[in-house]
Write a protein that binds this ligand. Structure first.
Ligand code: SAM
Ligand code: SF4
Ligand code: F3S
Length: 452
């Protein structure tokens, strides 16, 4: 074999590589896993290294401005790569592209992009790819409205131990700050049998944990022919033999019923962890956010959850700097955080999104004030997180071992049923299994321990 032959083999192999970068939430992660699955079925191979790929895809997020700025920066950086390698195919998809006018703006600003599609037509990616390969012309296609649910797409999951399983798409809630309903369409639920079959298949190949995904899982089942709601779905999934853990997100507080609380309490596989985004601490802000619950109703819900699910871990999402937010509003959110005692929280600086009602409101909060308030809230959350972690000191916890620790080669990592990250010394043969770990040290948002 000549050197030239060896080179050719390498080029052919390189020509087959794709690299997907995902911005945004678990919904996008799952969509990327499907794009990856489709590409692998077409004969392509995955790489994490953008520079060696012949297909580069960005799956974008529009939830805050900084998510969009990141995407623009990343697309800009591809220009040189495309100049060096004109056969490189660049695809941009996801929520950001689904916004009115965005696809046109992107193709005008970055004419070297080959394929642009939105959230409703990602299943058509193979056609777009073949068209670009055949005709060499860019394809830009955004569907205005959601199509039904496309089942049966191949999926290349990031983990072989735990999986995201989308149970519903879209959102009907129109919180006044949020772009998601505009870019993900109306709520639509998957049929229970499709969900159950998918999870059974996952269990067959060794998966131990599923996270049921939806923008508001508590409204699962609406519009389906079957008599089903989220509580019933949890009970059905709980019966799947071989599955060890069930998690879910997100739960809109306005729709979390006592039936769901009862199902969580009674189903042994459903973990005692609830992500219950509160967003704000005062009834007046909640009202202006269109959240459909008051501070008192939220706190009452938390009380009922804690009474029925012992040792439940609550996490949340919080927005600081919503238009018109006062110092009293901030005091109220801090006092709510102290009362609920969240294990952890995602805290966001309010970011005006074009097309949402809140972006048009007067009294937008200056950035320096937003940051000061944000820091005060985060300090409180960190303090509480550390206190909750301390309670694990010396305890033995069940951990699903996910793989090597990210910050120590000699350790493994996994999570408790309550979602706490544990780094520990243990037997690598137990990756993918449930084991007991004794906690020897605690940090604000993670634990250290030893397998026993
Ligand atoms: N559907 C989920 C829910 O209602 O809890 C969350 C979906 S959203 C992708 C995740 C979080 O982003 C929201 O809970 C909210 O805290 C935050 N978010 C949404 N729009 C935002 C905006 N314009 N500025 C800042 N944060 C925002
Ligand atoms: Fe956005 Fe509200 Fe829907 Fe969550 S429930 S995705 S915050 S509109
Ligand atoms: Fe998720 Fe961002 Fe879209 S948070 S639903 S990827 S706008």
């Amino acid at each position: 074999m000549s050197n030239k032959d060896i080179d050719m083999t390498n080029i052919n192999k390189k020509n087959n590589l794709f690299c997907i970068t995902t911005f945004g939430c678990q919904m996008n992660e799952e969509d990327s896993e499907k794009l990856s699955g489709v590409l692998m079925e077409m004969g392509y191979e995955k790489t994490e290294k953008r520079e060696e790929a012949s297909i580069i895809i960005f799956n974008t997020c529009a939830v805050r401005e900084n998510a969009e700025l990141k995407v623009f920066g990343n697309i800009g950086a591809l220009k040189k790569m495309k100049e060096k390698n004109p056969s490189l195919i660049i695809g941009i998809c996801g929520c950001m592209m689904q916004q009115k006018g965005m696809a046109e703006e992107v193709i005008k600003k970055y004419p070297f992009v080959d394929i642009i599609f939105g959230t409703h037509n990602s299943h058509m990616f193979p056609e777009y790819l073949n068209s670009v390969k055949q005709h060499g012309k860019s394809v830009v296609e955004i569907l205005d409205k959601e199509v039904g649910i496309v089942e049966g797409l191949p999926i290349d999951r990031l983990s072989s131990i735990k999986a995201f399983v989308t149970i519903m798409y879209g959102c009907n809630n129109f919180c006044t700050y949020c772009i998601v309903p505009y870019v993900r369409g109306r709520e639509r639920s998957r049929k229970p049998e499709d969900i159950i079959n998918e999870i059974k298949e996952l269990v067959k190949v060794g998966y131990k944990e599923v996270t049921l995904l939806g923008q508001n899982v508590n409204s699962y089942g609406k519009g389906l022919e079957e008599e089903i709601d989220f509580a019933k779905l949890l009970r059905l999934v709980n019966e799947i033999e071989g599955l060890e853990r069930i998690k879910f997100m997100s739960s809109h507080p306005k729709d979390l019923t006592d039936d769901v609380i009862k199902a969580i309490a009674e189903c042994d596989k459903v973990c005692e962890q609830i992500h219950l985004p509160v967003q704000a601490g005062s009834t007046s802000l909640l009202k202006r956010m269109n959240r459909h619950y008051t501070r008192e109703q939220y706190l009452d819900l938390v009380k009922r959850i804690k009474e029925n699910i012992p040792n439940v871990a609550l996490t949340t999402d919080l927005i600081i700097g919503f238009p018109g937010e006062t110092e009293e509003d901030v005091e109220e959110v801090i006092s709510l955080v102290k009362e609920v005692r969240y294990d952890s929280a995602f805290t966001f600086l309010y970011s005006p999104r074009k097309g949402t009602p809140a972006a048009e409101l007067p009294d937008q909060i200056p950035e320096d004030i937003k940051h000061r308030r944000f820091n005060a809230l985060v300090d409180e959350l960190n303090k509480i997180g550390a206190e909750i972690s301390k309670e694990y000191d010396g305890k033995v916890v069940e951990v699903l071992v996910e793989g090597p620790s990210k910050n120590d080669d000699n350790k493994l990592m996994g999570r408790t049923r309550t979602g706490k990250l544990v780094n520990f010394t243990g037997n690598p043969e137990n990756i993918g299994k449930l084991i007991n770990v004794k906690i020897t040290k605690t940090q604000a948002f993670s634990l250290l321990g030893e397998e026993i």
